[in-house]
Design a protein around this ligand. Sequence first.
Ligand SMILES: [Zn+2]
Length: 115
Amino acid sequence: MTKEQIEKRYNELVNGIEKKRMYDGRNTVDRYVCDTCEYMIHTTYKDKGVTPFTMRCTRCGGTMYHTKTFDKKTVPPYVMVFDWYRPTLEQTLKMSDGMIDHILNGGLILDSEKW
Ligand SMILES: [Zn+2]
């Protein structure tokens, strides 16, 4: 894809997603648990979009599975919650082809600066 094609699709996505009929996790907190070392993290949606059911464990390289979803209001403030967010167009343009595809299909990425 050229830079112009990516830009066009990115803008269509951002302009259309609020009206799109799809799951919106912004008022929920998801729990992911590693099936190897049992490391657990909690995440929420900063933007409306798509998140994966599994991800790689940053502690041991195993697989973390989405195990539970909570109402955000019931999660106590001491629980650290990471954000799934949509990168800006500038950030997206610097990514690999696979990641650009993911973003243009509504995919979000996890805010890893807080890890
Ligand atoms: Zn692990």
